[in-house]
Design a protein around this ligand. Sequence first.
Ligand SMILES: Nc1nc2c(ncn2[C@@H]2O[C@H](COP(=O)(O)OP(=O)(O)O)[C@@H](O)[C@H]2O)c(=O)[nH]1
Ligand SMILES: [Mg+2]
Length: 447
Amino acid sequence: MKDTIAAIATPPGIGGVAIIRISGSNALSVLKRVFSHKNEYEHAQMQHGWVCDGGNMLDNGYAVMFYAPRSYTGEDVAELHIHGSAAGTARVLGAVTENGARLAQPGEFSRRAFLNGKMDLTQAEAVCDYIAATSEAAAKASVRQMEGRLKEALQACQDRLTDVLAEVEAAVEYPEEDLEQEITTDAVPVLQGVKKEIDHLEETFVQGRIMKEGFGVVIAGAPNVGKSSLMNALCNVERSIVSGTPGTTRDTVEKSINLNGISINLMDTAGIRKTEDLIEIDGVKRAKNATKAAELMIFLMDVSRETSLESSEAYRSVKNNTDDVLVVFNKKDLFEGKLEKQPEVEFIMVSARTGEGIEELKERIYGRAVQGGAGEGVVITNERHSALLKKASGHLGDALAALGAGMDMDCVTIDLNLAWSALGEITGNTVSEDIIDRIFSKFCLGK
Ligand SMILES: Nc1nc2c(ncn2[C@@H]2O[C@H](COP(=O)(O)OP(=O)(O)O)[C@@H](O)[C@H]2O)c(=O)[nH]1
Ligand SMILES: [Mg+2]
């Protein structure tokens, strides 16, 4: 485990600078073998020089040492800052691995940082999420997690459980003291409080998933109502083919836009109608499936032709596919009258052609996307964390039920320990080796 590892930490390709990172107890000696500066390296002080392999000059640049434990991994870390040449960087990495380091596995630097106590699992996972973030909201959520806010919240819950466990174990230890009643009275509100907090954290996952993966919006409706035109108006680009011929869009067409830092994943679909055309039949099937998968369905109508949802056959065929529907009446520019109220649904009138109402529509979509709050506090963004929080909450529920039913304190101890371990699996203090392997193997190389 404690051998010295190396990898290119910057993305592959051409760039001004590339960084090769070396971590482990031999980092300094490897560095001195490949870099022309042979004297002292002060902590975090750049040295200029040449990278050499035997007598060959490979590149010039800077080298820097971070000494244990004041480095990312907690070990001695050397970095070579060289030119971002794809071929040149590979040669320098080759020299490094021939002089005492081996190639790192994906995530191995972060794995060592975790094992050396530089960060807990939630922080390591946040580093990975931050690198992968494609929206501002996702970046913000992972920064909060990198800071350790989730770790702290979980540790506080674990500490409260530890206190209760100590009391309960005392009751098991000294049954003659008749402590049980007293302990039950004290423990119940504490456990209820912890459970509430855990449940609350878990509920933020709905929002966290949207921050991380975006909010899926499908545009559905009958042919020719302007779905593709609306898609283009929302994206500000001609993403979908618009045509007066019904049945033009057959496949689903996707494009993401950014609304106030949240990714909105739009999907244009084939118009829903009965048809004999085999390709179109498949398109209609895909459209219907898409309405099931999306978080929000925009059901689009052509207001110059139809002003009531009730009579829309297409609407009837998809309205039960999703919980969240926004009805949009398009082609407002062709409509003079006033719309009657539609029963039980939110609706808005727009013109994809003139752009009227499009900004308001975007606001409504954003409002739906951040329904659970814009996520300013700690937000769960990881499926693994969500599953373990549910597990912890379940065990706490069992413990409370056991206390309520006056069951043996032994049973309560078991449930509380299980809840404690589930929380520990999130932060990494009770996690098994193979789970650690699985988590870090998803990291990118060089991180
Ligand atoms: N007047 C008017 N025509 C529109 C509007 N939106 C779309 N159209 C026209 O309606 C026809 C069908 O549009 P398209 O976007 O292909 O509809 P889709 O089949 O639902 O995707 C095209 O001729 C568009 O130019 C609008 O807001 N006003
Ligand atoms: Mg279309």
